[in-house]
Design a protein around this ligand. Structure first.
Ligand SMILES: NC(=O)c1ccc[n+]([C@@H]2O[C@H](COP(=O)([O-])OP(=O)(O)OC[C@H]3O[C@@H](n4cnc5c(N)ncnc54)[C@H](O)[C@@H]3O)[C@@H](O)[C@H]2O)c1
Length: 372
């Protein structure tokens, strides 16, 4: 299968390449030698987590050594807990102890957690060194490795401290996805489905046609999905690099209810993607009751999510509790809960929905689920 090259062009930033394909990790060093921002880096630091260390760190380090790089690694705990200031402090100290200078680079080898942590620490160390993303989860390939948002969490909330910093290069080796468990797999599929729904009929109907292949992790389909998601996200980020123009809000489709579910059910009870899928189903239901949808859209979306292994979530809570949790959402302004409403594929808007409408829609949604 042919490996793909996608060029990400964001106004005011250097263009960067995303490579997506099979067997790419074993040539990472050569790829970085060909990337202008890393070609002459005197030292590299690879940031990874304990799970990915066991699976892929040796291959990555061997490839960097073969290309003549002086590379070291720092390993952080696996999971969301690593997106913390204390862990960032450990990474900064490791960078300093290795004597990294402004012309050195960091390589994020892992999922979205490692990508966000590595992006944050690299973009702040010595006021910013180059970062390369080598995503190893489907979610990080289709979403977080592109676009330049980096963050760590505070006790007060997720992603509260961070930077905007585009990577210099992204190496998405889909071979690494074979070791992901089903929960992480469908989590990535949910974000990919979100991109297809937001992007275009072409991408959406392609995904409908290839949903079974994607669920089965058929590599050619996975590479194509990664490509389409990267092209979609790059387009959104190009229009709204720092999330100030409203365009990037479409990436939050399904996330208003998802965040409330995660908060009320307890983080980790359901995967983020499963919660996002439920959030997209509810958003379509709410859109139907408020601004109206094109006939067939909600059913088409539901069929796609079913085929991707993202069924209705076996969860419900009191609508009042859900509304209260939604009001913690960062998109809430002036007390109104703001939803990404989707009338049809690629036709979305952000709207503040009155509390009473949300409460009645939640009640009706749960009744509908019970009957279905
Ligand atoms: N910066 C952005 O634009 C952006 C966008 C979306 C999400 N995010 C962030 O991404 C994070 C979630 O990312 P994620 O879903 O990749 O989670 P993750 O990084 O925690 O990875 C999920 C789990 O899979 C393991 N893992 C990683 N690669 C593996 C592989 N190839 N085989 C087996 N196991 C592997 C990890 O160790 C971890 O236990 C969240 O913190 C979220 O806020 C950021």
């Amino acid at each position: 299968m042919q490996n793909l090259r996608i060029v990400v062009s964001i106004p005011g930033e250097e263009d960067y390449d995303v490579r997506a394909g099979t067997g790419l990790l074993s040539t990472l060093g050569d790829q970085l030698r060909r990337c202008p921002a890393t070609a002459k880096a005197p030292k590299l630091i690879v940031i990874t987590d304990q799970n990915v260390e066991r699976l892929y760190l040796d291959a990555a380090m061997a490839s960097l050594a073969d290309a003549g790089y002086e590379a070291s690694s720092v390993v952080v705990p696996a999971g969301e807990g690593a997106k913390a200031l204390e862990v960032a402090g450990e990474v900064w100290n490791a960078m300093a102890a290795l004597g990294l200078t402004r012309d050195c680079a960091a390589v994020a080898l892992g999922g979205g957690v490692v990508g966000d942590l590595a992006g944050f620490t690299a973009s702040t160390f010595m006021r910013g060194i180059t970062v390369v993303q080598a995503p190893t989860t489907l979610l990080s390939m289709v979403d977080s490795s592109v676009g330049g948002k980096t963050a760590v969490n505070l006790d007060a909330g997720k992603n509260l401290v961070g930077t905007f910093c585009q990577p210099a290069y992204v190496c998405a080796d889909v071979t690494t996805l074979s070791s992901l468990d089903e929960r992480e797999w469908t989590c990535g599929l949910a974000e990919a489905a979100k991109s297809a729904i937001m992007d275009s009929d072409d991408f959406f109907f392609w995904m409908v046609e290839h949903a079974d292949d994607l669920f089965a992790r058929e590599q050619a389909a996975v590479v194509e999905a990664v490509k389409c998601c990267v092209v979609f996200k790059a387009g959104v980020v190009a229009e709204d690099k720092t999330e100030s123009r409203g365009v990037r809000e479409c990436l939050n489709y399904g996330h208003t209810l998802a965040h409330a579910i995660e908060m009320l059910a307890g983080y980790g009870t359901f995967s983020h993607g499963a919660a996002v899928a439920e959030g997209m189903r509810f958003a379509a239901f709410l859109t139907e009751r408020t601004v109206g949808v094109e006939p067939g859209f909600a059913d088409a979306q539901a069929a796609l999510l079913d085929a991707l292994g993202l069924p209705y979530l076996p969860w419900e809570a009191a609508p009042e509790d859900i509304l209260a949790a939604m009001k913690h959402d960062k998109k809430t302004r002036g007390g109104d809960v703001r939803f990404v409403l989707v009338r049809d594929v690629a036709a979305w808007e952000v709207a503040a929905v009155p509390d009473a409408d949300i409460l009645s829609a939640l009640k009706a949604y749960f009744e509908m689920k019970c009957q279905g």
